[in-house]
Design a protein around this ligand. Structure first.
Ligand code: S3P
Length: 170
């Protein structure tokens, strides 16, 4: 069983992956970390040195390599489902969970961790909310295709794991 966690930056995908992995007794992975390990460069530095187009191409390639992981919870990057055929591929190759969070909650969480996120690193605090509202509007088309959608602000990991298991039984 492979579970892909998708959602906006700051919605808690990596933390949820670790917590779910404990409940379901499966290893957890983080696509951003896999990227940094493979290409030996931090994502921020990668965007600086190359560009987003190349990042998306390599990210999609790495995502497809997760087909080699027999069992696991995989936290993806915020943009992963929105490029190439990635959301379709994840839906075909695992169970997808969208951790949905309201823009205001995302702003609160990103205020202190902007620097390592190249897409918002240079945004002033007052620019964050309108930016996130607009990009969430565009990304929702992809996020909403997930098999399961849960509320990030009050994530109940046990209830989520039950939903995943019941979907698997179908
Ligand atoms: C991105 C989100 C980041 C990382 C990259 C691009 C995005 O991952 O993949 O900076 O497009 O939303 P997190 O969602 O883990 O911050």
């Amino acid at each position: 069983m492979r579970v892909y966690l998708i959602g906006y930056m700051g919605s808690g995908k990596s933390t949820a992956a670790k917590r779910l992995s404990a409940v379901l007794d499966l290893p957890s992975y983080d696509l951003d970390v896999l990227f940094e390990e493979r290409y030996k460069i931090e994502i921020g530095a990668f965007f600086h040195r190359y560009d987003e187009t190349l990042f998306r191409k390599l990210e999609s390639g790495l995502l497809k390599e997760t087909a080699n992981i027999p069992q696991g919870i995989i936290a993806t990057g915020g943009g992963t489902p929105c490029f190439y055929d990635n959301i379709h591929w994840m839906n075909e190759n695992g169970i997808t969970v969208y951790i949905r969070m309201a823009p205001v909650s995302i702003v609160e969480r990103l205020k202190t961790s902007k620097k390592k996120r190249p897409l918002i690193a240079n945004k002033a605090e007052h620019e964050l909310l309108p930016y996130i509202q607009e990009s969430l509007r565009q990304r929702n088309i992809f996020y909403s295709q997930a098999h399961i959608i849960v509320k990030g602000e009050s994530l109940d990991v046990k209830a989520l794991s039950d939903k995943i298991l019941s979907l698997l039984r179908k």
